[in-house]
Design a protein around this ligand. Sequence first.
Ligand code: PLP
Length: 417
Amino acid sequence: MQYSNFGQKFLRQTGIGQLMDDLGNPSPGSCLLGGGNPAHIPEVAEVWKEILSKQIESGGIERILGSYESPSGVLELREILAEILSKESGTKISFDEIAITNGSQNAFYFLLNFFSGNFGNQKDKKILFPILPEYIGYTDQTLEGDSFLSFLPEIKEIGDRSYKYFIAKDKFDSVKNWKQEAGCICISRPTNPTGNVITDEELEFLISKATEADIPLLVDNAYGLPFPGLVFGKSRLIHKPGMIQGFSLSKLGLPGVRTGIVLGDSHTIEMLQRANSVINLTSANPGQFIALEFFRSKKWKDLCEKVILPFYKRKSLFAQDVIRNRWSYSIDYRIHQSEGAFFLWIWVKNLTLPVGELYPIFKESGVIIVPGKTFFPGADPSWKHREECFRLSFVREDKEIEEGILRIGRVLEKFSK
Ligand SMILES: Cc1ncc(COP(=O)(O)O)c(C=O)c1O
């Protein structure tokens, strides 16, 4: 069979495809520290059950299962989201600045292709990642190749075994043609895979750079504010003209309903609506109606702040403690400061093999992690840091996290110089 360029993209196994395959087919007994699934938190599951029962009892289910809603999303949901996002950001936001998509992955597929590729007049534009590492799921989304312009981060070591990435602001001066090359700037906050939360000041800096270049700043809040709100330190939702922001129900505990939310200028929102109707006709209903009830009930804020956030904070500390107390001192590791999301990002400096080559050995030893190199789109492949890092998730039961981290530690010890 012959395939077009578009089809051929999927003949190759992509980073995210490989990851989803491994997550979907784990060997029995493996410790699953690889995935992006949220935890099953009983208090949270209870809320979904209550909402679903109410929908069935009231007969609301008929509309949910039996109708195509508008391709920009259910109007009542867009209105209530506008109210919440206005309040949380202190900015006036209206419903026509909000679109609903089939998950935020789907939203970013549209957005990354709106703002990269061929702009006519031989102008090809790229997506600028102002700091790496960045979410693996953006990597294969663009329809055209060579789509990324990426800036390496500044690395600051903190104390004995911690470090943090910062935006290397001088890159915006030293890479002279970035304004001509970039069609948008894109960042996840908190960042998947590192758990980094770029500071408010760094975010303001990116807004000013995007404004200077007259391009949008895409901010992906899949783990961020205001829901699920997995930001461990003090921060706030910032929204300014020129920003297009993604949100999701997935990390709240609803990845299966595939509901994403985009906040942006009304023109881009209208384009998203048109693209959604061409590709999907409309977005799926169940997540939208669960969300409508959830946000109307005003329970969402307490659930995020008093249940979900403390749950993941404790898990993060637990995983870090296991590493610090149980790994051999011969492993020269650093943990990226855990500031949000539900991953730890580990950098090991004295390995005799690249992490990519250790991956099958981890798998064989009964633990799944995600090797770091796939999180560096557009980076110079010779930068050895890419092969010294990996991501592990801390959503699973404590026992599984502990066992998985011990298995990782045994492999790392064997392959440390
Ligand atoms: C940073 C980030 N953005 C977007 C997504 C996509 O999430 P969804 O399509 O489930 O909303 C993910 C999923 O893991 C993610 O980690």
